[in-house]
Design a protein around this ligand. Sequence first.
Ligand code: PMP
Length: 299
Amino acid sequence: MAEIIPFDQRDGSLWLDGKIVPWRDAKAHVMTHGLHFASCVFEGERMYAGRIYKLDEHTKRLFHSAKILGIEIPYTEEEISRACYQAAEAQSIVDGYVRPVAFRGAATMPTVSAQKAGVRVAVAVWPWPSYFDPAEKLKGIRLDISQWKRPAPDTAPTSAKAAGLYMICTMSKHAAEARGYADALMFDYRGLVAEATGANIFFVKEGKLHTPTPDCFLDGITRRSVIALAKARQIPVHERQITREELTGFEECFLTGTAAEVTPVSEIGPYLFKPGKLSETLMNDYAEEVRRPPPATAA
Ligand code: PMP
C-alpha cells in the first residue's frame, strides 16, 4: 500500500486568512476556540475538470452555517468562492476535493464565551479522485445501524454543516468500521430514518424514489441535484417521513453526497437491497451532470 503522507506534513500550499501560505505552515494554536468548543463550520466541495460543482451553493451554505452559530466570516461570499479557486490553482488541481473551514480563533481565553476570540478561515484543496467504476459501485456498500440518533432541531443547529454535529458521526462510523461495515445509517430523535454519517439516503420502490424530509439533518446539495435529475426523467420523488419498519419493503437504496456522489447500498443491518436500474441511471446522470460545462451566458 502506498504510504499516506500525514495531512499536516504535506508540500504545496493553501489559502489561510486571506492569503496563500505554505501548506505546512497553515497552523492553528492549541488554544483555538474551534478546537475546544466546536465553534467551527465547514464545506466539502468537488472540483471536476477545473470547475467546482455548485460552488455558489456551497459558499452560501458555509455562510448560512456560520450565521446560525453566530460566527462572522470576515470575507464576502465572492472572496470565499474566489479563495476556493485560488487554493485549487495553488495546488495545480483540476479534479479534487475542496475544504473551506471557518472557526473561532485563539485571541482570548478558551471558555464558553468567545465574543472576541476572532474568526479564522482556510480553504485547502487536495486530490481525491472519484473512482467511478460503475460495475464496482453497483455492488453496493454495506451499512451498519448507528446507536446514535440525529438530534432534534431545538437540540442542535441541525441545518448547519457544523463540526459539533459530526461528533456522533465519527463515533458511528468508527463503530461501523470496527464491525466490517463501510458506514452507518442513523435514525433521528423520533426513530425515523435520517441519513448516513456523511451522506443523504434514498430508497426505490416500484419505480419511485423515497427520501426522508431533511427536517433535522443536512439537506445535501447532491440530494437536491439528484431529486432534480430524477424529476427531469419523470421519476416520482417522495420526500417524506420514513419509518424503520418500511426498510423491509424497498428494492434499491443509495447514498448521495459530494464525497459519496451516488453510491448504491446493498445492506443496512438486516435489511437487504439490490442495486438496480434506477440507482444506476441516477449514478450515471449525476456523473454526467457534474462534468457538464455550464451553459454559455448571453453576451
Ligand atoms: N449529510 C451529512 C451529515 C454530510 O456530511 C453530507 C456531506 N456534506 C451530506 C449529508 C451531503 O451533503 P452534500 O450533498 O451537500 O455534500
